[in-house]
Write a protein that binds this ligand. Structure first.
Ligand SMILES: NC(=O)c1ccc[n+]([C@@H]2O[C@H](COP(=O)([O-])OP(=O)(O)OC[C@H]3O[C@@H](n4cnc5c(N)ncnc54)[C@H](OP(=O)(O)O)[C@@H]3O)[C@@H](O)[C@H]2O)c1
Length: 307
């Protein structure tokens, strides 16, 4: 399968794209080309990063940009997942050896999750990757990254438990275990895949920095001083799913409905938000343990310093 030297990154200015570029550069193993949309808000990348403007609606524009690239890492935004169709077509045509399409979430192979409308674009892209790999078995391959929930003071903790405002909607009793992964560990996973091509070919890799529950996060916040003033509501992810399906079918594709589906997927038991078997060791993920989780809870409680 050879080695990977030239890596094109899509969505490099995004939430998970930025740590991925930083980690790949830190390894000093890769030459990084960032693909970005014409007129997109530009981020200042280090000078060794090559930046190319592309048109995601044009396979030929992408194929030209991908000439000479060994791998494509996509951190495309959730709302633009289907734009990766031309990216996968172009990557296969340009002779790219490995593509990591934008997943970074739950187990999209989970049969329950696979029925949820918001995951269909990601599933369609993975199926296209499977098709291209079957057509070019000696050259093209893919890996998806399944990290379940992001774990960051500025994102997940607001979504799952807002420890700064001391409020949470407790789902399914609050003791359902889910995996949560830091941006740094997701970025390391990309580097791990690109240096373990054989072991990661044509499959998802499953990672987790720490496994936790909503009630554990609240308990940690209480230990850290947030003892009183909690505003807790309670819901059932089955009810959220039922309402979301009804509203989605009626044309309501709002963020509120998307969040209901995501909550079902993250926290619903057996829905693909908890991985009993992980690829952490293969990919160099050490995990953060409970003390690392406590540090993130502390940072989230002290969010003024981050805002
Ligand atoms: N598991 C979790 O908890 C979790 C949480 C959030 C996100 N995610 C997943 O992580 C992946 C990346 O999400 P993110 O939040 O990091 O992405 P993001 O910051 O919202 O956007 C990433 C990049 O996508 C590019 N892009 C290209 N075409 C676009 C279009 N038409 N509209 C908007 N952006 C476009 C933009 O780069 P250019 O402007 O340079 O083209 C943008 O910087 C997605 O698959 C998402 O579902 C998972």
């Amino acid at each position: 399968m050879g080695t990977i030297k030239n890596v094109a990154v899509v969505g490099a200015a995004g939430k998970i794209g930025r740590p991925i570029v930083a980690r790949l550069l830190a390894t000093q193993l890769f030459t990084i080309t960032v693909l970005t949309r014409d007129g997109s808000k530009q981020l200042a990348f280090p000078e060794e990063v090559i930046v190319k403007e592309v048109d995601y609606d044009s396979v030929s524009s992408l194929e030209t940009a991908l000439q000479g690239q060994d791998a494509v890492v996509s951190a495309m935004a959730f709302e633009a997942i289907d734009k990766q169709k031309s990216l996968v077509d172009a990557a296969a045509k340009a002779g790219v050896k490995r593509i990591i399409p934008s997943e970074y979430g739950n187990d999209t192979l989970n049969p329950k999750l696979a029925t949820v409308p918001i995951y269909q674009p990601k599933i369609a892209i993975r199926e296209l990757c499977e098709q291209k790999a079957a057509e070019n078995p000696n050259n093209f391959s893919w890996t998806t990254i399944q990290n379940a929930s992001f774990l960051a003071p500025d994102w997940t903790l607001d979504f799952v438990v807002d420890v700064k405002e001391r409020k949470a909607d407790i789902k399914d009793g609050g003791d359902v275990l889910f995996c949560a992964t830091t941006y740094e560990d997701i970025a390391q996973t990309v580097a791990g895949i690109l240096t373990h091509l054989e072991e990661t070919a044509n499959r998802p890799v499953r990672i987790s920095s720490v496994n936790t529950t909503q009630n554990e996060i609240i308990a940690l916040a209480k230990e850290l001083g947030a003892t009183e003033g909690w505003n807790l509501t309670y819901s059932n992810t089955g009810d959220l799913e039922a309402e979301a399906r009804k509203r989605w079918a009626a044309g309501d594709h709002s963020d509120e409905v998307i969040a209901m589906f995501i909550n079902r997927a993250f926290i619903g038991e057996g829905w693909g938000g908890y991985f009993p078997v992980l690829d952490n060791e293969l990919l160099g993920i050490k995990g953060i343990g409970k003390s690392g989780l406590r540090d993130i809870v502390r940072l989230a409680m002290d969010r003024n310093s981050l805002d």
